[in-house]
Design a protein around this ligand. Structure first.
Ligand code: DQA
Length: 147
């Protein structure tokens, strides 16, 4: 059997991490986040695939691909699609592994339109407000729970 696999999905505007509203999202870039996750995954003997898209359909395609490529768990920050996308929820409902939803900011402390998440109806765990460390917390939880 090959290595266990985790897929990390980042939604719209997260390609601008580090330069977009750093007071809210911090100064780390998306590459910094993905490289740190890859380092942790590699140390623990996990395969990892990280993908960002500004397009809802591409994120859905990536969730469909994860159903078939041996992915045991998805870490997803759906960004603004969190609050709007039934389609991403439906795609995640068709995925059988674990799902952890991550938000860099504490969405509950922000505008009321950010308080509702469609994805939370599927997520096994939700992390918000820990900054980019939230992704590491999600990965560590997955690694611990899948051994
Ligand atoms: C976010 C919070 C969302 O409300 C927002 O649209 C984002 C990022 C976060 O990581 O805090 O783009 O998901």
């Amino acid at each position: 059997m090959g290595q266990p696999k985790v897929t990390v999905l980042h939604g719209p505007n997260l390609n601008l991490l580090g330069v977009r509203q750093p007071d809210v999202y911090g100064y780390e870039t998306l590459d910094d986040v993905n490289n740190a996750l890859a380092e942790t995954a590699e140390k623990q003997g996990w395969d990892i695939s990280c993908f960002q898209s500004n397009h809802e359909g591409e994120l859905i395609d990536a969730i469909h691909a994860a159903r078939l490529d041996g992915t045991l768990a998805i870490i997803i920050n759906p960004a603004a699609y969190t609050h709007t996308s039934v389609a991403i929820l439906d795609a995640l409902n068709a995925f059988e592994g674990r799902v952890i939803e991550v938000h860099i900011s504490n969405v509950h402390k922000r505008e009321s339109f950010r308080h509702h998440s469609y994805v939370s109806q599927r997520a096994d765990g939700v992390i918000a407000g820990l900054g980019t460390e939230g992704y590491q917390a999600a990965l560590n939880a997955i690694i611990k729970s899948c051994v």
